[in-house]
Design a protein around this ligand. Structure first.
Ligand SMILES: [Zn+2]
Length: 314
């Protein structure tokens, strides 16, 4: 089906208490493979690209290809930008037909975060798409980026002042592989939810889903966080499969059989997606013909899609 609005996908997920995987991709074929697997399992899906990966994958190509593949399957598919740092990046995503974008001002002082997020949200809304913001920093497990927990009262002021639709919370989660077992602060999540009780139109998201136990993820989804971001786990599994392939095929060294190596990496990626779809309870939830409102910005994007397809000779 055509692209589905990110908010429609999240609305269905929250009301039926399942989670939607927001899978970061770094190539066009990775996006296509995740959509096809999700379709096989009848699971709604969000394809996500972090702004830092723009040097590896063109947003306009990703927009065009994801839209083409989505049109061939029967599940809801949305396309989302993660951790955008400036308004120019938002524009490139909007031009490429993304169904939602994230502005990440979490490293800024509160007032500056509010200012840039408000600008991003206004821009998104003027194009009919959703905006995600972050308050309290989801740091990295390596310690390069420090984590700060989301404060419930600040969260209320932030959401009110910015008009965001999706809210990334920091409740013990972090990007990368955790050292030890991460502990989500469910009490803090409850307090944040209570502070935002007058805004049921805002959806929560968890970044740094890798390494959090399936039990905790299920609990968080059940308590009202429908969007779970996954990246590190896919990379780790892809790398492991590639190394495993090389160990089992020493004759590979010296050959040019790149496709086999790619296949091994993708096997790792897709193993993670398959596992997560089961964990999140999204398998079988993509009811064709349900209440999704359908394509966004279709007419604006058609010409871009045609151009890109011509350019890459599909
Ligand atoms: Zn993230």
């Amino acid at each position: 089906m055509p692209f589905t609005s990110t908010l429609d996908i999240l609305k269905d997920a929250r009301s039926r208490k399942y989670g939607v995987g927001a899978y970061n991709v770094l190539s066009l074929d990775q996006a296509a493979a995740i959509i096809r697997l999700s379709n096989t399992l009848e699971a709604p899906v969000l394809i996500t690209v972090p702004a830092v990966l723009e040097k590896y994958v063109s947003f306009s190509d990703l927009g065009a290809i994801t839209r083409e593949v989505a049109a061939k399957v029967s599940i809801p598919v949305g396309l989302h930008l993660s951790h955008g740092k400036d308004i120019a990046t938002m524009h490139r995503c909007i031009d490429a037909g993304f169904t939602s974008v994230m502005i990440d001002g979490s490293a800024l002082p509160f007032d500056e975060n509010v200012k840039i997020t408000r600008e991003a949200a206004d821009l998104c809304h003027s194009h009919g798409i959703a905006c995600e913001g972050e308050l309290g920093a989801v740091g990295s497990t390596t310690g390069e980026v420090k984590s700060t927990m989301t404060d419930p009262e600040e969260a209320r002021r932030y959401v009110e002042a910015t008009g965001i639709d999706i809210f990334a919370v920091s409740i013990g989660n972090a990007h990368g592989f955790y050292k030890g077992v991460p502990k989500l602060d469910f009490e803090r999540f409850r307090q944040i939810k209570a502070a935002l009780s007058s805004r049921p139109d805002v959806y929560f998201t968890l970044h740094g889903g890798t390494g959090i136990s399936p039990e905790d993820l299920k609990r968080l989804i059940a308590e009202g966080c429908p969007k779970i971001c996954i990246y590190t786990e896919m990379c780790g599994a892809g790398k492991e499969k590639a190394f495993d392939y090389l160990a089992r095929h020493p004759e590979y060294i010296g050959t040019t059989d790149v496709p086999e190596l790619f296949r091994a990496v993708f096997e790792g990626f897709l193993d993670v997606v398959r596992f997560d779809i089961e964990t999140f309870g999204s398998a079988g939830k993509a009811t064709p013909g349900s209440t999704y409102s359908g394509d966004v910005n279709a007419s604006m994007i058609e010409a871009i899609v045609r151009d890109v397809i011509k350019k890459i000779n599909l």
